[in-house]
Write a protein that binds this ligand. Sequence first.
Ligand SMILES: *Cc1c(COP(=O)(O)O)cnc(C)c1O
Length: 367
Amino acid sequence: MIPFLDLKAINEQYQTELKEACSRVIDSGWYIMGKELASFEEEFAEYCGSKHSIGVANGLDALILTLRAWIELGKIKEGDEVIVPANTYIASILAISANRLTPVLVEPDPETFNLTADGIAKSITAKTKVILPVHLYGQISPMKEIMQLAKKHSLLVLEDCAQAHGAMIDGKKAGSWGDVGAFSFYPGKNLGALGDAGAITTDSDELYRVISALRNYGSHEKYKNDFKGVNSRLDEIQAAMLRVKLIHLESVTVRRQEIAKRYRDEIKNPFIKLPYVDTEAGHVWHLFVVCSEEREELQNWLAEYDVQTLIHYPIPPHKQQAYSDWNKQSKPITEMIHRQILSLPLDPTMSESNIDTVIELVNNFKM
Ligand SMILES: *Cc1c(COP(=O)(O)O)cnc(C)c1O
C-alpha cells in the first residue's frame, strides 16, 4: 500500500530527539506557559522573519483570536466584511463567523487556486476591513500585489498560513507579509505537532500584547483580566515537539519540493492537469493536487493499485449545511475546482520506488 501520508514514519525519523524533549518536559515539572513555549515562540518568529510569535491551541484559534484582537483594539466591528477565498478550507470562514464579521467569498484564480489582487479589488466595499488570503496547498498568494491593494484601501491583512510554513516570495516568508500570519501545527501539516497546536506571527507590539492575553483568559498578570479571553494555550509538551520538528523543517520542505518536481516532470497524461507553480520557492507542497474531469475514475484506478488519494475538499464552503444561507449561490470556479481536484500521496518519507509507482500508474490512467 502507498499511504497518502505516513505520520508514524514521519515522526519515527526524530524519535530519539522527540523522546528526549518529552522527558525534559516531564522532568521539569512545569507543563503550561513555560520555557519550551517561550523558546518555540522565539524560534518560530525567527524562522518566519517576524518580530513576534504567539503559540495558541490550534490553527482555527490563531485566526479567531487575531480577528478578536482587532475588535478589542477598535480596528474592526461586528458586521464588517472580510474577503476570503471561496474555495478555502472551512476553518478560514468559521473564524470570521465566530467573530460576527461577514465573510465575503471571492473566487480564486483557476490556475493557482489562490486569491488575486484583481479579484479582491472587485469585491471591496465601504464595509471591507480585512483581507484573509489563504496560501492553499502550500503555494503563497501574490502578497506583494495584495499588500499594495491593502495599503491603498487601508485594509488589514491576515494570512492563513496553515498549509504554507516557509513558502517565500523574494526570500520573505508566508506570515511576514500581512499584519498577521496564522499557522496550524495539526499533525499532518508541513510543521506538525503530535497533537493540536497553532501560532500567530506579527511585527505589531500592540497585537502581540492583546493576543497573548486573549489566549490566556484575557490576562497578562495572574488573576487580573483585561479582556474576556479564552483558554487557547500551546502546552509545553507540544511546544517541545515543535522545537524538534522546526529544526528539520527546511530539509522536509526540500524533500517535498523534490517529490513535487518528479511528479511535475514525469507525469504526462492528457486526462490529468498538473498544478500550476508560480515560483519554486513560493510553493512548499503541503499537497500535490491534480485536476481531472474523470476525477472519480482516477481515484478508483489508483485505489485498485493500493495508492491512497484524498480530496481537499469535496464540498465547497458555500454548499455546506452550516452555511445554508449561501447554498443557492453559484461560484463556478470554486465548484469546478471541487469537482476536479485529487491530492496524490506526498510524504517526505516516501521511497523513490513508491514515487515511481504513483507516476507510472497516473501515466497509465486511460492510456
Ligand atoms: C488546517 C487548516 C486550518 C485550521 O487548523 P487547525 O489547527 O486544524 O485548527 C485553517 N486553515 C487552513 C487553510 C487549514 O488547512
